[in-house]
Structures are given as structure tokens and as C-alpha cells.
Design a protein around this ligand. Structure first.
Ligand code: SF4
Length: 378
């Protein structure tokens, strides 16, 4: 008898023909899921050991970024900040530089704040307590659950978008997975089946199924899934309608014009405001709205000096959670610099030096690439 028909028979025995409860579905799939994970887990750098620091950094990086994209950042970060203490002592600008390209910079700032608390209040060792981990800045229920269960074997759930999708399908739930109440229900359900010291593997197995089998885009690979026999959405053909997500509000579109002001092989940048989007990072000079070439030259003359040449650059778009930037760009070479008229603090430096010293968000990557081609990248 195959494993699948064995579990099918077990399921009939448990249910006596009635519909399984959500908890029964998870309990029936518990063993197959752990077995599947042991055979199929990806070999990821942060899984080399159970160091809570490594798990924490990787989980924060993975919040908005794919695994493959995170890896190079993770290696670089761990080399420069190998311990909680080194992170606690990191100069903020350098830390942001190491985060450049990952976006959502508040994550990096919160990492430092949390590292300082762990250093000062817990002598550099992560607290072995879910509630204390959860209280650290930037750590929500998912990350706290991941650290507590994977590093310390504490039986607490770690429910992210992957897990919500898998559990909604397994249980045939049409609850909106963007609602906190749905997340809490799923957390309670998983907490009810977790066993001490297996919680880390169980949580990671669920996340892994969501990332590689019960995938977010495209058909789920049900034939390869350990939930096959107990999954309500598979059985009833509901995978196209579950999970349910309320459509997000439309993003606000902001038009802007980016001016790459260049004077004698030096490029102008400036520091952004200390609050709001991309706070305290650096950017190329830009103004709201779309300017014509003539208007761009006029602005350049008022903030930099007389214009030698003005070249139109490709348009670019960057999508944030709630906003989209639609950018036009001009490369403007300045003939005579008139810094006395500079109303905003512009820093002129070589492109290579700028790349080494100043964090410039990937929202400007189209214009960074242009400068890479002109001057050579890092
Ligand atoms: Fe997802 Fe299919 Fe597995 Fe159900 S059986 S959890 S729909 S991959």
C-alpha cells in the first residue's frame, strides 16, 4: 500500500466518513510533512545552524525579498556584522549602505535598535522566550515565532503569507488572509498541534511547502504535497479561489523628474529628510512633476550653475507598498558651478566614491545604472 493510500485509509478511520476538522487535517499530515521536509528542505545559508542571530537577520531580510536575491546580501551582512554586538555598534549610515538594494530601510534601523537592546539587556544573547523576543523592535509575531521555534524549539507558530495560503487551502477556508483575525485563527490552529522541539521543523516545513509546492502564482503542485490526502481545496477544486485576499487599494502615483547634475566628473546627491519614505538616505536631485528639457535646465541653473549640456534619460518607475514613482530623468552637465545659490545641501563627489559612502535606494536604480555605464560600477 502506498503512503498516500495508507494515509487516505487512516483519514477515513479518523473521520468515520464525516468531514475532518481543521486540527485533524493538520495532525494527519504532521508526520508526512516532517518527512517531506527532511527530504526536500533547501540548503540555505541561515539553516547551517540554529544560531538565533543568523535566523533573525535572514528572516528580516526575507520579509520583502526572494531567497535567491537575499543570499548575497546575507553573506555580506554576516561578514561585516557577525554578532549582535557588532550590529549594535554599527554606524547607522554604514548599516544602511549594507542594506542598500533590499529596500524598506526601517527594517535595518530596527535591527540595530533590537541589537542594542539584546546587547544591553540580555548581555548579547537572544532571550529564550517568545514574549521577550516579540517585544524587540521590528519583530512581529511571525519573526518571533520563527526565532523561538527554530533556534530554541519553543512550540509557537510562525505564520507568514506562505503558511496562510497553505493552511487556507488545506482547511478549505475562504477567510480573507489579509485580515489579522484570519492570521490569529491560523496561529491558534497551528499552536494546537505543535510539539516541543519539533516546532522549528514543522514551521519551516509549512513555509517551505508554501514557497515551493503550494506556490503563490500558478498551479499548486498537489501531487508532490504531503497534504494531498487531507487538503480540502485540492479535493474540491478550490485552489483557484483560495486563498481569498481583498484587493489592495490602488497605489498613489507620484510623478517626478530626476536631475543627474554633473560638474567636472562629480555627481550631485543630497540627503533625504529624516522622516517619511526612504528617510535619511541619499538621492539624486529631483523635483515633483514631469519637466520638459527646457524646464529641467532652468531648475539646474537655479540650483547648480550654468548648463553645458542636457541629455534626456530613459523614464523609470519604482513601486513601493502604497506609492509608485513615475520618473523622467535628465543628465545635466554644469559648466560653472554656482554653489552660493544652492538652496539645498548638495554634495558633489565622484560616482565611485558616492557608491562607497552613501546609501542610495534602489528606487533610483535606473539612474544608478546609467552612471555605472558612464563611470563603471562598484
Ligand atoms: Fe496546496 Fe495542493 Fe498541497 Fe493543498 S494539496 S496544500 S492545494 S499543494
Amino acid at each position: 500500500m502506498s503512503d498516500r493510500s495508507l494515509y487516505g485509509s487512516l483519514q477515513t478511520l479518523v473521520s468515520g466518513g464525516r468531514t475532518l476538522s481543521d486540527e485533524e487535517r493538520l495532525l494527519l499530515a504532521y508526520g508526512p510533512l516532517l518527512f517531506w521536509y527532511e527530504k526536500n528542505r533547501r540548503d540555505l545559508p541561515w539553516r547551517k545552524n540554529k544560531d538565533p542571530y543568523r535566523i533573525w537577520i535572514s528572516e528580516i531580510m526575507l520579509q520583502q525579498t526572494r531567497v535567491e536575491a537575499v543570499k548575497p546580501y546575507y553573506f555580506r551582512f554576516m561578514e561585516r556584522f557577525p554578532t549582535v554586538l557588532s550590529l549594535a555598534e554599527a554606524p547607522e549610515e554604514e548599516l544602511l549602505k549594507y542594506w542598500e538594494g533590499l529596500g524598506y530601510y526601517s527594517r535595518a534601523r530596527n535591527l540595530k535598535k533590537a541589537a542594542m537592546i539584546v546587547s544591553e539587556s540580555y548581555a548579547g544573547a537572544f532571550p529564550k522566550d517568545y514574549t521577550q523576543i516579540r517585544k524587540l523592535p521590528g519583530i512581529g509575531s511571525y519573526t518571533a515565532g520563527a526565532i523561538a521555534s527554530i533556534a530554541f524549539g519553543i512550540p509557537v507558530p510562525a505564520v507568514d503569507g506562505n503558511v496562510l495560503r497553505v493552511i487556507s487551502r488545506v482547511t478549505g477556508s475562504h477567510d480573507d488572509i489579509l485580515k489579522q483575525s484570519t492570521k490569529r485563527r491560523v496561529e491558534t490552529l497551528i499552536a494546537g498541534v505543535l510539539k516541543e522541539n519539533e516546532a522549528g521543523d514543522f514551521n519551516q516545513a509549512l513555509i517551505e511547502i508554501g514557497a515551493t509546492v503550494c506556490i503563490p502564482n500558478g498551479e499548486p503542485l498537489c501531487d508532490a504535497c504531503p497534504f494531498y490526502t487531507v487538503c480540502e481545496a485540492r479535493e474540491k477544486g478550490l485552489t483557484g479561489e483560495i486563498p481569498v485576499k481583498t484587493p489592495k487599494k490602488k497605489r498613489k502615483i507620484e510623478k517626478m523628474t530626476v536631475l543627474l547634475l554633473e560638474y567636472e566628473d562629480k555627481i550631485a546627491i543630497r540627503k533625504r529628510r529624516s522622516d517619511g519614505l526612504l528617510a535619511s538616505l541619499y538621492e539624486f536631485y529631483n523635483v515633483p512633476g514631469w519637466l520638459t528639457g527646457k524646464q529641467a535646465e532652468t531648475v539646474a541653473e537655479s540650483v547648480a550653475g550654468t548648463v553645458l549640456t542636457a541629455t534626456k534619460l530613459p523614464e523609470a518607475k519604482h513601486i513601493f507598498s502604497h506609492t509608485e514613482w513615475h520618473m523622467k530623468g535628465y543628465h545635466i552637465q554644469i559648466r560653472t558651478l554656482n554653489q552660493s545659490e544652492v538652496g539645498e545641501a548638495l554634495i558633489y563627489d565622484g560616482w565611485k566614491e558616492i557608491q562607497e559612502k552613501y546609501p542610495i535606494p534602489s528606487a533610483f536604480s535606473a539612474y544608478k545604472k546609467y552612471l555605472d555605464q558612464r563611470y563603471g560600477g562598484k
